[in-house]
Design a binder for this molecule. Structure first.
Ligand code: FAD
Length: 526
């Protein structure tokens, strides 16, 4: 039966929303409505791991945001894909599984997110990942990596970086673990939502674009959404939970009158709650990528040629193995950019493939041998902002990334580039490299490296922190139980709530955060 009243309404069936939909419906005691702006994830290229490259710019699956001109990146406006599909970004991401480091979470707690230190969160990761029992499948695909990837491990050892058998247990360089199971992407929807949808107390509506929250005084009582041309209003008896991601959750709050009062007034929205940090605090990871040609065989020899793609396709269909079953980031990890640096401060990615991305987002692999090395500063300190462009929910919000806004970040950019160069010069890679694609790279000084980073570095698609957890309304948006300050019945549970970005990829910490948030929501049930 279609009801217009539920105990909980979750906005967004992304990484966090799928976790919540599962956890809040388990007991059978609560009715839950899950609203997702996108459509079904039952698509071939969503499920095939290498389909990442196909989905990257597909508007059917993607909000396809662009930042404003970013002064720190030579005035470039960057493309920021965001999943608009069941599973959210976990249905279009690159599947690298990375918990983040102990100090990332200790820093959360220090920033006011009491109870989110490493000692508190690591048990949640263990439960989530438990082999055989946990919902999240973390695949060790090292036996399927391209033979060229072994060279990256040799090169790392020669460059002085320790090997790591499991990047979630120890820093260093090793094979990436991925959310891939039996040759298929294992998204948050596969892990959490699919089993939950069998329950009668969960209803999901896709193509449902939430436009505004409804209130009774300072209590959120429901929301309005557009669905197939009609506007619908639904009521939440307990809570509305925003899990619309780091761009859309602050957008929905601002459209609903919760945000910086001056911004809201500028767009003709009466402030319901002046919360200056809504949308503020944005953090993201940037990576610089260098490509090299080699006389050895790399993935290009298979996937860069039609015949190779057909062979890989047949192998995949018959065995669920081979190049289509393995994400392209094969080797990497966390390293120190200098021996005296206290903690790993740069993440490296090494891909046994090289390619160009066309202006319309298509990934075109090179035909001859090539490989890619990327360096990404782990913990940028710059903070940007997400602000509504107008009071119209159809207008994409303005994303001010404020990249390289601090001296720390500019120095980290140089260190990341130097590390990539050092790795490329190690005997294991230098002996098989015919040339860097940019022949100026070997001789660049620090100024050149910074300029190169400004001209070419790209997002690694990890926007976070736009509705930060913290202690009070002056420095954050939610309290440590993810409740929006000053508003009853409303939480933000997604990447927005991170107090600071974690050192690595963000999907695992988002799912962990949502697992813990669900416990809190159930404990607080009225
Ligand atoms: C291309 C790409 C590659 C990435 N690679 C990796 C990787 O390899 N490893 C990793 O750990 N992380 C990776 N990430 C990041 C990671 O996937 C995200 O940090 C994480 O999925 C974010 O989860 P979330 O729940 O905060 O938001 P999302 O997963 O984005 O979910 C938000 C959901 O809300 C929906 N929504 C938004 N607005 C509305 C609205 N108004 N009404 C209704 N629904 C709405 C969206 O459609 C979406 O489904 C990648 C991300 C991208 C885009």
């Amino acid at each position: 039966m279609v009801s217009d009243s539920y105990d909980y309404i979750i906005v967004g069936a992304g990484s966090a929303g799928c976790v919540l939909a599962d956890r809040l419906t388990r007991s059978g005691r609560h009715s839950v409505l899950l609203l997702e702006a996108g459509g079904s994830d039952a698509r071939f290229w969503v499920k095939v791991p290498v389909g990442y490259a196909v989905n990257y710019a597909n508007p059917a699956l993607n909000w396809g945001y662009h930042t404003e001109a970013d002064e720190g990146l030579s005035g470039r406006a960057s493309y920021w894909p965001r999943g608009r599909v069941v599973g959210g970004c976990s249905s279009i991401n690159a599947m690298a599984y990375m918990r983040g480091m102990r100090h990332d979470f200790d820093d959360w707690a220090a920033a006011g997110a009491t109870g989110w230190d490493w000692d508190a969160v690591h048990e949640t990761y263990r439960i989530m990942e438990e082999p055989g029992g946990g919902p999240v499948r973390v695949g060790d695909l090292s036996d399927q990596m391209h033979p060229f990837s072994g060279r990256f491990l040799d090169a790392a050892r020669q460059a002085g970086h320790p090997p790591s058998d499991d990047l979630n247990a120890a820093d260093g360089i090793g094979y990436y673990r991925s959310t891939v199971w039996r040759g298929r992407r294992w998204s948050a929807a596969d892990a959490f939502l699919r089993p939950a949808l069998r329950r009668r107390n969960l209803r999901m509506v896709t193509h449902a674009h939430v436009t505004q929250l409804e209130f009774n005084g300072r209590r959120a009582t429901g929301l309005t959404y557009d669905h197939k041309g009609a506007t619908r209003t639904v009521h939440a008896r307990q809570e509305v939970i925003l899990s619309a991601g780091a761009i859309n959750s602050p957008q929905i709050l601002q459209l609903s009158g919760i945000g910086p009062a001056d911004l809201l007034r500028r767009h003709g929205i009466a402030p319901r709650m002046d919360l200056p940090k809504v949308g503020q605090g944005l953090q993201d990871h940037l990576a610089i990528t260098h490509q090299f040609t080699t006389d050895r065989r790399t993935l290009n020899h298979g996937l860069g040629r039609r015949r190779g793609r057909i062979a890989a396709g047949i192998r995949y269909v018959l065995t669920r193995k081979g190049p289509l079953a393995v994400p392209v980031n094969q080797v990497g990890g966390f390293v120190r950019s200098a021996p005296q640096v206290e903690r790993p401060d740069i993440q490296l990615f090494c891909n046994p493939a090289s390619y160009e991305i066309t202006t319309d987002g298509a990934v075109v692999m090179d035909r001859a041998g090539g490989f890619i090395l990327s360096g990404q500063p782990c913990r940028p300190t710059s903070r940007g902002a997400v602000r509504i462009r107008s009071a119209d929910h159809r207008d994409a919000p303005m994303i001010d990334a404020n990249s390289l806004g601090t001296e720390y970040d500019r120095q980290a950019a140089i260190r990341a580039s130097r590390l990539v160069r050092q790795l490329s010069a190690s005997p294991a890679l230098a002996s098989v490299t015919t040339a860097p694609k940019d022949d100026r790279f070997p001789a660049m000084n620090d100024d050149d490296l910074l300029q190169d980073f400004r001209d070419r570095a790209a997002t690694v698609y990890h926007p976070t922190c736009t509705c930060r957890m913290g202690t009070d309304a002056a420095n954050s948006v939610t309290d440590p139980r993810l409740r929006v300050h000053g508003v009853a019945g409303l939480r933000v549970v997604d990447a927005s709530a991170f107090p600071n970005i974690t050192s690595g990829n963000t999907n695992a910490p988002v799912m962990m955060l949502a697992m813990r948030a669900a416990d809190m929501i159930l404990q607080d049930a009225r």
